[in-house]
Design a protein around this ligand. Structure first.
Ligand code: BGC
Ligand code: ZN
Ligand code: ZN
Length: 363
C-alpha cells in the first residue's frame, strides 16, 4: 500500500510501498481518510527529533500520528463504517502506568509512538489496530475531527494542571475559574488550542506572540474572547508593566529563555506548564526567580501526550465548541492536500507557513 515513509535521524520523506500482515487476530482494518501534519512530523522530516526511532525489525518508519479513518470490518465494539481516530502513544508493557492505560506517564521510557518512536504511523492507505486503541469520531465534527489528536494532549495538560492545583483551593469564590488569569506563550496550533481550551474552562486568557495577530487569529480570538498581546516576545517588559498570571503555558517551542522569565510573571501559587519543545536558548533562573519559586509556592510542570480518556474528551470538546462558537471550528483546517499531490505534501512537511493552523492530507 502507498505510505509516507521516513528514516530518522535522516532527513526527508519517501512515498513508497508498505506491506502489513493483515492476518493478525484481535485487530481491525482501518482505512485512512485523513492525516494531520504537526510540528513533530516536521521535526522528524528535518532530522531534528532526537527521540525519533524506527520500529524494531524495520528499516524505515511510516510517518503520521494524527489520523481519522473508517473501520472496514465488524469488531466487538466497532462496526464496519464507524469513523475512528487511533490513540498515538502505546505502553511499554512493563510499568504500572502503561499497564493501566496511561503510557503518558510511562516509567521506563520504553513506550512507542505511532510515526514518531518505534511504531509505524498512520500516513498510509490503511492500518490494523486493536479496538482498545480506537476512539469513535462523532459524525457532527467530522470536518475538523483531526484536531482531536493535538487537543487530546491539551485536555490531558489542563487536567494535570488542575490536579496539581488541588494542593490548595484554586477556584474563585463563585466556584469557577473565572477570576484566574492565564497566559499562553505562542499562537501556533498548540498555543491557539490551549488558549481556547482554557477559555472553555472559564479562565481569562491572553496569548503572546512577537508579531501582530493575523486576520484568522483576530477572528478566532474575538469569538472566544482571548486577549492577544503583541509583546515583541519580551516577557520582562510585561513584568515591568505589572502583568501577572496564575497560569502560564509555554507553547511556543522556541526560546528556552521564556521558561526562566515566566517565573517572574507568576502570582502566588502560580503554575508554569511547559508544553513546547524549546529548540534554542537556555532557561536562566537568577536567584530572585529561585526565591520566587519557593516564596510564592510556584509549581513547574512538563506537559505531554494525551491518552484515550483525553481523546474522548477532545471529541466532546470539539462538539461543544461547534455549538458554542459557530465560526470558530471552520478556522481550524487551513489547507487540505490530496494524497496524490506529492510535491505539496513534501513542501507542507518541510516548511510551516506562518499563520497556518492544521494542514491535512486527504486519502
Ligand atoms: C504528539 C504527542 C506526543 C508528542 C511527543 C506530539 O506531536 O501530539 O501525543 O506525545 O508529539 O512525541
Ligand atoms: Zn503532534
Ligand atoms: Zn511504561
Amino acid at each position: 500500500m502507498k505510505a509516507i515513509m521516513v528514516k530518522p535521524p535522516e532527513r526527508g520523506i519517501k512515498f513508497s510501498n508498505f506491506t502489513e500482515d493483515e492476518s493478525v487476530t484481535g485487530q481491525l482494518k482501518i482505512r485512512t481518510l485523513e492525516n494531520g501534519i504537526c510540528g513533530t512530523d516536521r521535526e522528524i522530516v528535518a532530522g531534528l527529533l532526537g527521540a525519533s526511532s524506527i520500529p524494531k525489525g524495520s528499516s524505515e518508519m511510516v510517518l503520521g500520528h494524527e489520523c481519522v479513518g473508517v473501520v472496514e470490518e465488524d469488531g466487538d465494539v466497532f462496526r464496519k463504517g464507524d469513523i475512528v481516530m487511533p490513540v498515538n502513544r502505546r505502553g511499554c508493557g512493563q510499568c504500572v502506568n502503561c499497564l493501566l492505560g496511561r503510557p503518558d506517564f510511562c516509567e521506563t521510557g520504553n513506550f512507542v509512538e505511532a510515526g514518531i518512536k518505534g511504531m509505524h504511523g498512520f500516513m498510509r492507505e490503511s492500518f490494523m489496530d486493536q479496538e482498545k486503541f480506537l476512539v469513535k469520531v462523532p459524525g457532527t465534527i467530522m470536518n475538523f475531527a483531526i484536531m482531536a489528536q493535538p487537543l487530546s494532549d491539551l485536555e490531558k495538560s489542563v487536567e494535570e494542571i488542575l490536579t496539581m492545583q488541588k494542593r490548595m483551593r484554586w477556584n474563585c469564590n463563585d466556584g469557577t475559574f473565572n477570576c484566574r488569569k492565564a497566559l499562553v506563550i505562542g499562537t501556533g496550533p498548540i498555543g491557539t488550542l490551549t488558549a481556547i481550551l482554557l477559555r472553555s474552562y472559564g479562565f481569562q486568557v491572553s496569548v503572546l506572540n512577537r508579531r501582530p495577530a493575523n486576520e484568522r487569529e483576530k477572528r478566532m480570538f474575538e469569538i472566544t474572547e482571548v486577549n492577544y498581546e503583541d509583546g515583541g516576545n519580551d516577557l520582562i517588559n510585561m513584568w515591568d508593566s505589572g502583568k501577572t498570571y496564575d497560569l502560564i503555558i509555554e507553547a511556543s517551542g522556541s526560546d528556552a529563555a521564556f521558561v526562566g522569565k515566566s517565573i517572574h510573571l507568576l502570582k502566588n501559587n502560580g503554575i508554569l506548564g511547559i508544553f513546547g519543545f524549546s529548540s534554542r536558548g537556555s532557561a536562566v533562573l537568577d536567584h530572585s526567580a529561585v526565591q520566587s519559586i519557593a516564596y510564592k509556592s510556584i509549581a513547574v510542570v512538563g506537559l505531554i501526550n494525551g491518552q484515550k480518556p483525553h481523546f474522548e474528551r477532545a471529541m466532546n470538546r470539539l462538539a461543544e465548541w461547534k455549538s458554542k462558537w459557530p465560526g470558530l471550528v471552520d478556522e481550524f483546517i487551513t489547507r487540505s492536500i490530496p494524497v496524490n499531490d506529492e510535491k505539496e505534501i513534501r513542501s507542507a512537511l518541510e516548511n510551516k507557513k506562518s499563520g497556518e493552523i492544521k494542514i491535512t492530507i486527504k486519502w
